[in-house]
Design a protein around this ligand. Structure first.
Ligand code: FAD
Ligand code: UDP
Length: 375
């Protein structure tokens, strides 16, 4: 008799949601994480009255009523709405590109004028596949240079000509006054009032769930696997298979914090699109929530390749890595392990997508054991 139905590797949003969904159906999970905290990359901690996003700024947004209802069971969200800013050659611009941006860049006065101007800027490219071609076909050379080329070069360590268009398709381009960052943001958006860490801790707070932190799956693999009927894995898929088909590439990040007095940039995030500025963005954490503190904490974010000493953050989904991934997916198909989350899927998934994936995968794993369909 096993102690647990599931051994869940990773206490991020994927692992927590999976374990909770299972607990709601009466099934028991042992959730482990090699880090000393729950909530994975959306981990936040309170420093001198400011909730600091330790692994980069995280803004929750979703078009799914189901995901929104799920997260709000476990915590309240504030009404933060993300509007971006870009700093390029010392001047600040509204971002994503909208009518205000085009007014700043070209002095256009109306949506009709903006549409007319951008039509003359667009480069005719049939079926653009790369990020560069897609952007040139949408906004033309000047806006591509100002807003995308330098940032992407720093963020990915590669020219946008070598990256897939999907990465930039996430960002809207509008000929209206709507300057909100996310395409789905008019639906549900916000930041957990008590921080992401408390939100995830609350998702995990069920009698059927035991959480053990500071435990690396690969150091105790056999002993841990013996305790549960099935393994759910949200770590790196290539590591799960001992890198036998090669290593999948990731971009990593370094975060440099500075504590200052007053207000630094008046908004939560400013992207630095100049190639000459070494960091990609500055986050000023107190602007994610109403705050009355007189000091501030700002974080500069630097991008770099992933190696054995740093964390994997962004999967590099180019053709070579996709081919390696396909081999791991085939190996995964031959096991009973449930793979999910950003690292095991090797996909650029937002938090809401990870939650939706975990609910789907948990339901399908449990339907197998319970012999009935879950609603
Ligand atoms: P993770 O959060 O990475 O959790 C996986 C966990 O597994 C980790 O805690 C890790 O320690 C653990 N683990 C791995 N291997 C092992 C092992 N061998 N043994 C034990 N434990 C292990 N999404 C949004 O929706 N909005 C945003 O604004 C946003 N901003 C982002 C900014 C940055 C800089 C990054 C990198 C991501 C951002 N995301 C954002 C995406 C978001 O972080 C992910 O969707 C989400 O955190 C993925 O959850 P996860 O559980 O799949 O993975
Ligand atoms: N991007 C850019 N300039 C910006 C912001 C984003 O070129 O000011 C590009 C960059 O390649 C980035 C991608 O668009 O990786 C997606 O941006 P998003 O803000 O969604 O990335 P994330 O918040 O996940 O880092």
């Amino acid at each position: 008799m096993k102690d647990f139905d599931f051994l869940v590797v990773g206490a991020g949003l994927f692992g927590a949601t999976f374990a909770r969904r299972a607990a709601d159906c009466g099934m028991r999970s042992l959730v482990i994480d090699r880090r000393e905290h729950v909530s994975g990359n959306c981990f936040t901690e309170s420093v001198d009255g400011i909730d600091v996003h330790r692994y980069g700024p995280h803004i929750f947004h979703t078009a799914s009523d189901r995901v929104w209802a799920f997260v709000r069971r476990f915590g309240e969200f504030n009404k933060y709405q993300h509007r971006g800013r870009v700093s390029y050659k010392g001047r600040l611009y509204s971002f994503p590109i909208n009518l205000a941006t085009l007014r700043q860049v070209w002095g256009v006065e109306s949506a009709a004028e903006a549409r007319e101007r951008i039509a003359t800027e667009r480069v005719a490219i049939e079926r653009p596949k790369s990020m560069k071609d897609w952007l040139l076909s949408q906004v033309g050379e000047e806006l591509y240079e100002m807003f995308f080329r330098g940032y992407t070069l720093k963020q990915w360590g590669q020219d946008p000509a070598n990256l897939p268009a999907e990465i930039a398709r996430r960002i809207p381009i509008r000929m209206t006054e709507n300057d909100r960052y996310f395409k789905d943001s008019s639906v549900h958006e916000g930041i957990p009032v008590e921080g992401y860490t408390n939100l995830v801790a609350s998702i995990l707070d069920a009698p059927q769930i035991r959480v053990e932190l500071g435990v690396d799956y690969f150091s105790h693999r056999e002993q841990l696997s013996r305790q549960a009927r099935r393994v759910v894995f949200s770590g790196k898929i290539d590591q799960y298979f001992g890198y036998e088909r090669g290593r999948l590439a990731y971009r990593s990040l370094r975060f440099d914090d500075e504590r200052l007095q007053g207000d630094y940039q008046s908004v939560a995030i400013v992207n630095y699109t100049d190639e000459a500025v070494p960091f990609t963005r500055i986050t000023e954490h107190k602007h994610f929530a109403p705050s009355s503190v007189n000091h501030t904490i700002v974080t500069r974010e630097y991008s770099m390749p992933h190696d054995r000493c740093n964390e994997p953050y962004y999967p590099v989904r180019d053709a070579a890595n996709n081919a390696v991934l396909a081999q791991y997916e085939k190996l995964a198909g031959g096991t009973s392990v449930v793979f999910g989350g950003r690292l095991a899927s090797y996909r650029y998934l937002d938090m809401d997508q990870v939650i939706a994936q975990a609910i789907r995968k948990a339901d399908s794993a449990m339907e197998g054991s319970l012999g009935r369909t879950l609603t």
